[in-house]
Design a protein around this ligand. Structure first.
Ligand SMILES: [Mn+2]
Length: 328
């Protein structure tokens, strides 16, 4: 695929979506508010525009996001082949990395000409016959909001709430450095369509189960300081889930807790997974954690990145601390 400008790429994706009668929207694995909000909004708007549309999710739908889809949750991976075969376009939302597609990666590799990608991450594989990747967008939700305006697909209150949730969660409720006037304009438009940031905040962040707070207590107990207090390292072990009753999807945003401390420039959260160790990396404003993650086979944004490793937790921790010592 030859390189195109962002405007050209957006126009190609918009044309493909406008021409399609049957659409499938694919979320990335370990789904967050951005990929889920975009899939819910696109599905709803496409149907309101007279199309058939379905979202597909390879993981379990996190409980706090179930409301996005109402009585029509995303289809499981087992249904993907049939849905994709029947569709005119299949659009991946909020990733362009095969590693983020888990159970769907093989099937998506077979789709060919009708595969589209809408994403704002810098890390990308050669996915999609047409892709619109805008790394300047604070969230894929910002891109989807602009695209729906261009397509003229109806955005009702539920659709606006889904996109507002996408943008607000991906920008830390508009406090991350990615928050720009474009993101604020998108949120303003969504508020005009009926989204209420106060109600969304309560629904998403003041609606936890006690199990999640017990997990957070354990995670904070694991806190280690390195690099003269500039690096915080957190650990969540298998036993923490078992003994608190918390679920893996309840770890979203916990990695940001150490930024309450003024000296902290970067955070590593190590999580024991069934088949590997996952590391989530965050930085305040100086360190490029995507570059650190890439050195370990991972990827992401400059301020938020991640990786998975087939090693024991202590070894990965030592190697990551050594990598951060070079840049902090
Ligand atoms: Mn995103």
């Amino acid at each position: 695929m030859c390189a195109k400008s962002a405007d050209e790429s957006r126009a190609v994706v918009a044309t493909r979506l406008a021409a399609a009668g049957r659409l499938v929207f694919v979320c990335h694995a370990r789904p967050d508010g951005d990929t889920l909000g975009c899939a819910a909004a696109m599905t709803r708007a496409a149907r309101a525009a007279g199309k058939q549309a379905r979202a597909v999710l390879s993981d379990r739908l996190p409980a706090q996001y179930a409301w996005l889809f109402g009585s029509d949750p995303p289809a499981p991976p087992a249904e993907f082949d049939a849905l994709a075969a029947d569709a005119d376009a299949v659009a991946i939302l909020d990733t362009c990395a095969t590693a983020q597609l888990d159970a769907l990666s093989g099937a998506i590799g077979q789709i060919g000409a009708k595969l589209l990608v809408l994403d704002h991450h810098a890390t990308r594989d050669d996915l999609g016959a047409a892709r619109w990747i805008d790394t300047s967008a604070a969230a894929t939700g910002v891109m989807v909001w602009e695209l729906l305006g261009e397509l003229g697909w109806p955005v009702d209150r539920l659709c606006a709430e889904a996109l507002a949730a996408a943008i607000l969660t991906d920008t830390g409720w508009l406090r991350f450095s990615s928050t720009d006037s474009r993101a604020l304009r998108a949120v303003a438009g969504l508020v005009e369509r009926g989204a209420r940031p106060d109600a969304l905040y309560r629904r998403l962040y003041q609606n936890d189960r006690p199990e999640r707070m017990r997990l957070m207590t354990r995670m904070l107990d694991s806190l280690e300081w390195h690099c003269g207090g500039r690096l915080a390292v957190l650990t969540i072990r298998d036993a923490d889930f078992e003994e608190t009753g918390a679920l893996p999807e309840e770890t979203e945003n916990l990695v940001n807790e150490p930024f309450r401390v003024g000296s902290v420039q970067a955070v590593v959260l190590l999580s024991e997974m069934p088949d590997c160790i996952r590391a989530s990396l965050r930085s305040r404003d100086r360190v490029d954690v995507a570059a650190v993650a890439q050195a370990f086979g991972g990827g992401g944004h400059a301020r938020a990145a991640g990786l998975r490793a087939q090693t024991d937790l202590e070894t990965l921790k030592d190697r990551l601390v050594a990598a951060f010592k070079k840049v902090l």
